[in-house]
Ligand binder design. Structure first.
Ligand SMILES: *[C@@H]1O[C@H](CO)[C@@H](O)[C@H](O)[C@H]1NC(C)=O
Ligand SMILES: *[C@@H]1O[C@H](CO)[C@@H](O)[C@H](O)[C@H]1NC(C)=O
Ligand SMILES: *[C@@H]1O[C@H](CO)[C@@H](O)[C@H](O)[C@H]1NC(C)=O
Ligand SMILES: *[C@@H]1O[C@H](CO)[C@@H](O)[C@H](O)[C@H]1NC(C)=O
Ligand SMILES: [Zn+2]
Length: 418
């Protein structure tokens, strides 16, 4: 094939310029605010910005310093956006696959962490985690790892009253970090994580908000549990002190506890897509009616994992492929066994792609040592007894029906329900 070329653009000759040529691009049309699939659409990247996304006939010559990547047969999407997760917990990977939230608070959350999880472990765990995806973390070595990873992210300093680290100490630490200039020239920006909007103290909330405004933090993240979990932190709770900048909620995806879920946002988008269909079909099926259309399209699912994440972070330049936006793009091989035969590239990504279709970044060796050390310590700790009342909120524990794919009775077919 002959690659379309782009010579009318002016280059200084010192910039890094890359042309992704020959692929199918899932671009974004800023005017119609919708996805725009471009076949054989070359994407020109200058440094970290998308300089051109082409469609149709091009008949120009290449600038001499152009690095051309043959993406024929590939599907090019924006980089996916994870709006919230705890990278420092990566070292717990797989030791809590069947845990419950009440046990999480007791064993794995920041409230349960002691000296055994050393600053070095936090650094390594966070770095390894960030080499998988973006993050919003919790402690200081985590900051160093965030910056060192080179990942584009918002690192949210967490004001949680853990151990004997008091709120005034948190304020000092936050100001020290905000004033340090450590974010200058990096892909990391400073944010705040705070879970005490409700229940919480108004005086303390106001101090957190003052700091957020003073240092113009990019994002505030919170956990909204509600109901039996006590910690409400709902949009209403954030609106009350006047820090919701819009009344329109943006749905986006985040992994949160990265050791009990896949950190691949595509996997999360797929789970969300299928479970939304299940929930909405049920509304109609429960009334003995036939669903007349599909409640959630693949386009919605990919937007949830890309564009909507950018909007939630107030970064409309992230999560889309369009001229002038950030060049976080991913090319996936469209010819792997799972992908072969695709016509709609969005459906191919949302329903059939997997992480094996993209290239990986290698992680630091020290991560394996940290993971095995932390896992041995945590496996030896006593488990909490899930009986009586959940101490944080006073609601009672109750048994959950057990799934029966492993019932193991007789011939393993189990009981017939006729
Ligand atoms: C491309 O440009 C060359 C030289 O200017 C010209 O001869 C050729 O016909 C053009 N091709 C197309 C497809 O426009
Ligand atoms: C690009 O890759 C495709 C598929 O591998 C190949 O057929 C084509 O010849 C390549 N084009 C160039 C210009 O190398
Ligand atoms: C908590 O208190 C102990 C004993 O006074 C002290 O050694 C430790 O450094 C304190 N931890 C924090 C995080 O301030
Ligand atoms: C970081 O950038 C800010 C704003 O541009 C500037 O005021 C500050 O001096 C810089 N700090 C360092 C350590 O470079
Ligand atoms: Zn979280």
């Amino acid at each position: 094939m002959i690659f379309p070329s782009l010579s009318s653009l002016v280059f200084t000759g010192i910039l890094t310029t890359t042309l992704l040529a020959g692929g199918t691009v899932i671009a974004f049309d800023a005017e119609t605010k919708s996805l725009q699939v471009i076949q054989n659409g070359p994407v020109l990247v200058v440094e970290d910005r998308i300089e051109a996304v082409c469609s149709g006939q091009y008949n120009r010559t290449f600038p001499s310093n152009l690095d051309i990547v043959n993406t024929t047969g590939d599907i090019i999407t924006p980089g996916f956006i994870d709006t919230h997760h705890h990278s420092w917990q990566t070292a717990y990977k797989t030791i809590a696959s069947n845990t419950i939230l009440a046990e999480y608070f007791d064993r794995y959350g920041e409230f349960a962490v002691t000296w055994e999880y050393s600053p070095e472990d936090v650094y390594i765990s966070q770095l390894a985690g960030l080499h998988e995806t973006m993050n919003a973390g919790t402690t200081d070595p985590g900051l160093a790892a965030s910056i060192d990873s080179g990942a584009r992210m918002f690192r949210c300093y967490t004001f949680h009253n853990v151990m004997n680290y008091t709120f005034p100490e948190h304020m000092d630490k936050f100001e020290e970090i905000a004033n340090s200039g450590r974010f200058n020239g990096t892909a990391t920006s400073l944010g705040i994580a705070y879970d005490e909007f409700n229940p919480g103290s108004l005086a303390q909330i106001q101090k957190v908000i003052e700091l957020a405004r003073k240092y113009k933090v990019s994002v505030i993240t919170t956990h909204s549990f509600q109901g039996i979990w006590r910690a409400s932190n709902s949009p209403e709770d954030l609106n009350a002190p006047g820090i919701l900048s819009t009344a329109i909620p943006v749905a986006a995806l985040g992994v949160d506890v990265r050791f009990t879920y896949s950190t691949d946002i595509l996997t999360q988008a797929r789970l969300w897509h299928q479970s939304t269909r299940l929930a909405f079909y049920r509304w109609v099926l429960q009334n003995w009616k036939i669903p007349a259309h599909n409640p959630m399209s693949v386009d919605q699912a990919i937007l949830l994992a890309t564009r909507k994440g950018g909007l939630a972070l107030r970064r409309p330049d992230l999560g889309i492929i369009a001229v002038g936006t950030n060049a976080d793009v991913v090319a996936r091989d469209g010819s792997t066994p799972g992908m072969l035969g695709w016509d709609d590239p969005v459906a191919a990504i949302i329903l059939h792609a997997n992480v094996g279709d993209i290239k990986h970044v290698l992680v630091d060796d020290r991560f394996l040592a940290t993971a095995s050390k932390i896992q041995a310590i945590w496996k030896a700790k006593a488990y909490p007894v899930s009986e009586g009342e959940f101490p944080e909120s006073g609601f009672a524990y109750s048994r959950v029906p057990l799934s029966n794919t492993q019932r193991g009775e007789g011939d393993e077919y189990g009981e017939q329900f006729l």
